[in-house]
Design a protein around this ligand. Structure first.
Ligand code: SF4
Length: 214
């Protein structure tokens, strides 16, 4: 009986998220898998808005691994210097470009195993590329997904891989991509880290926040 109650609760939460954020989507701008890969590497510890400002110009002139790889780390660093950790990111992006050119004929690979072997690409970045560029079910867990999922009682974990494991067990596979976008939208718009807008939150009756103090 308890399991049925929990299943209903999760279904209600997913329905509410879907109704509240029907057009939730990736907020990074990109035109192909390569651009998404670069944008996602750049997005670590910075906002999508800042990344979009930088990539609008960058992708105009360097739309392929071959073109981008013509730059030195210093030259690329200069073009992305408004973004946190720009030196490390420039080096990782250029090393990844080289691998894409030499090993994948300039294409972005479509498996988790291959993606996480690219410099600067962790499980979250790989999942973003798989889900958004290729429509392959994946559940990228960032700070918003992790926080909102805990507040809603969908996980009690903090480690991203464990959060991902809990969410992918609870949520039907065909909803992973949409649901991850909706959790991010909720985290950015209402369920903010410091001052969540609980008074206007449609998920309030399902929320454990008061009891958790997170
Ligand atoms: S009630 Fe508040 S803490 Fe809970 S999900 Fe909504 S915004 Fe987040």
């Amino acid at each position: 009986m308890k399991k049925i109650d929990n299943n209903l609760r999760i279904r209600d939460i997913l329905d509410l998220l879907a109704r509240t954020y029907p057009d939730a989507h990736c907020e990074l701008n990109y035109r192909n898998p390569f651009e998404l890969l670069v944008a996602t590497i750049l997005s670590a510890q910075t906002t999508d808005q800042k990344v979009n400002q930088v990539t609008a110009e960058l992708f105009k002139h360097y739309p392929t691994p071959q073109k981008l790889h013509e730059l030195t780390p210093e030259e690329l660093g200069d073009k992305i210097r408004t973004i946190g950790l720009f030196r490390t990111k420039a080096e990782n992006i250029l090393k990844s470009c080289r691998i894409l050119i030499e090993k994948y004929n300039g294409q972005v690979p479509q498996t988790m195993e291959e993606l996480v072997n690219l410099p600067g690409v962790g499980r979250k970045t790989a999942s973003v590329v798989l889900a958004n560029a290729f429509g392959i079910p994946a559940f990228p867990v960032d700070t918003h997904v992790s926080r909102v999922a805990r507040r809603l009682g969908l996980t009690s974990e903090k480690d991203p891989e464990r959060v991902e494991k809990d969410l992918t067990m609870l949520i039907p596979k065909e909803q992973w991509i949409d649901c991850h976008h909706r959790l991010i939208f909720h985290g950015r718009r209402l369920c903010k880290a410091r001052k969540p807008q609980c008074a206007t939150c449609p998920l309030k009756s399902y929320c454990l926040f008061d009891n958790m103090g997170c």
